[in-house]
Every structure is written in C-alpha cells, then in structure tokens.
Ligand binder design. Structure first.
Ligand code: GTP
Ligand code: MG
Length: 270
C-alpha cells in the first residue's frame, strides 16, 4: 500500500468490446476480489464507469485478483478499470478517448471528483462462444478495427519528435466455460482474417470513390490498418505503430481457465 502516489494520477485500463461480451461481469469479478460471492446479474451498460483496483506490485506476474492485499501486507499498485458500454451508438466517446498522443479519461469516481487518468492499456473483450457461429464476427471485428485504427493514427500524431507512448491491447476471449466457445488461437485467427476482409473492403471503397492508388500508398493517415503491402492482416503488423496485441482466453463465470491471466496481463502494464 503506497501513499506516495497522489490519488489523481492513478492510471487506467480501458475496457472495450461489443455488447454482451462480459465487460461488466469482469469488472464486478475484479471488484469483489477475495470475496467469494455469486456474481450479480449485469445490465446493459449505458455510461462508462470506473472502479479502483489494487494489484501486488512486488510481483504482478504471480498476482491474483483474489488476494487480499491488506492481509498479505503486499505493496499495492492502484489503477482504475473503466468499464464502457458496448452498444454501437455509445462507442464514439470511448474511441475519442484513444485519439490523442496521451490518452486520458475522466474517472467516474466521486471520491476524486472525476480526475483525469492516463490510459495505460486497452482490454478488448469478445464473446468467444458468439464468435463460434460466425454471426458476431463481422460486428466484433468492425469495432476492433476502429479501435486499432484509432491507435495507429495516434502513433502519427507525435508531439514534436516524441512518439506517443506505446499502447498494449489485450483481446480477452471470454466465455471459455461454454463448450461451444472458440479457443483463443481460433479467436485470434478468425479476427485477423475478418480484419483483413474489412481492410480490403474499406480500401476498395476508397478506390471506388476516386481516391488514387498513389494517395493510398502515400496515405499513412488513411484507413489502411497495419503494414503496407501485406496480403494478410495479422496483429503483429500493429507493432510497427507501437500497438502490441495479445489474445488470451478465459471466463468470468462457470468452469474454465478463469480470469487470472487477464489480471496478470493488466498488472504488468499499469
Ligand atoms: P454491454 O454493457 O451491453 O456492453 O455488455 P457487457 O460486455 O458489459 O456484458 P455483461 O457483463 O453485461 O455480460 C453479458 C452476459 O454474459 C451476462 O449475462 C453475463 O452473465 C454473461 N457472461 C459474462 N461472462 C461470462 C462467462 O465467462 N461465461 C458465460 N457463460 N457467460 C458470461
Ligand atoms: Mg456492461
């Protein structure tokens, strides 16, 4: 527990993803921490809401969200987890947050009067069971495309010679407790394939609308996601823009790998 850090400078982790992916369920799970209570029913989120969390900063790699840090006497690193609404009409403000060299978000905590918090990482949650039947893939990938493209464009909005800080993105493949869910490796390859299709469709749209091939090639600021000249899209192409994407599976409810790997991922980045 450290009092050296002023309250107002808590970093935050932005939780994005389509409706019903389990963002609020995950937020509730982390908030309960060591309390082994049943998860309350969630409702469709309409506004972003932040909660304050602490992780063992001595050793984030072995940290558990279930550890009672007060009892453990561990050094805690505090951060905000910002749960956002997944509804397409409510996404714009979440995306706008990321569209700056130093992304910040106003916390919704009453206790700090809505202080500005620096966004250190993005968790993009998807429903791996919904992705299995294919219907959810286009809309999920569409949102992820917009998130990654925003981060890519942000890379070019450098302040003088200073490049914006890198932004780690975790694609959390949720609901692996369901036997119909796709394993994380398939969630990754299906999303990459769909992002590639969206990329091709959008660049074709640009060509059809009279934007020349030269403009496209020159247009680093365009809508082309990832590296130039590549036939297939892969998350690795985002490294060029300091956007480091990991895909990790887990579940909030039921039996499965659980949420510890996501917690560790977050702990190593706040
Ligand atoms: P919006 O607020 O609309 O953006 O959705 P959300 O991402 O916050 O989804 P929410 O947390 O409300 O969860 C949607 C539904 O999925 C709820 O009924 C949850 O109980 C359920 N759910 C969340 N996580 C899991 C999981 O790991 N496994 C299963 N089987 N269901 C889950
Ligand atoms: Mg929600």
């Amino acid at each position: 527990y450290s009092t050296a850090t002023p309250y107002t400078t808590l970093p935050s982790v932005l939780l994005l993803g389509p409706p019903g992916a389990g963002k609020t369920a995950l937020t509730t799970l982390f908030e309960r921490g060591p309390l082994d209570l049943p998860l309350a029913k969630t409702h469709t989120s309409q506004v972003p809401s932040s909660i304050e969390l602490s992780i063992n900063s001595d050793d984030p790699s072995s940290a558990s969200y279930k550890t009672n840090l007060d009892e453990a006497g561990a050094t805690a690193k505090k951060f905000l987890l910002v749960d956002t609404p997944g509804h397409p009409k409510l996404r714009a403000s979440s995306l706008a947050r990321l569209n700056s060299a130093e992304p910040t978000i106003k916390s919704s905590l009453v206790s700090d009067g809505g202080a500005k918090s620096k966004i250190k990482a993005v968790v993009f949650m998807v429903d791996a069971a919904a992705l299995a039947d294919g219907d959810a893939l286009p809309s999920t990938a569409e949102y992820l495309y917009d998130v990654l493209l925003t981060l890519q464009k942000r890379f070019h909005s450098r302040n003088g010679s200073r490049a914006p800080a890198s932004m780690p993105v975790l694609v959390a493949a949720n609901k692996l407790d369901l036997f119909t869910a796709l394993p994380a490796a398939l969630v990754k390859s299906n999303l990459e394939a769909e992002l590639g299709r969206i990329r091709a469709a959008r660049s074709k749209g640009l060509l059809d609308s009279g934007v020349g091939q030269d403009d496209l090639a020159a247009g680093e600021e365009g809508d082309w996601l990832g590296g130039d000249g590549s036939e297939k899209f892969s998350f690795a192409q985002m490294m060029e823009f300091d956007v480091d994407v990991d895909v990790i599976g887990g579940n909030v409810t039921g039996d499965g790998p659980g949420a510890e790997k996501w917690w560790k991922w977050i702990g190593e980045r706040v």
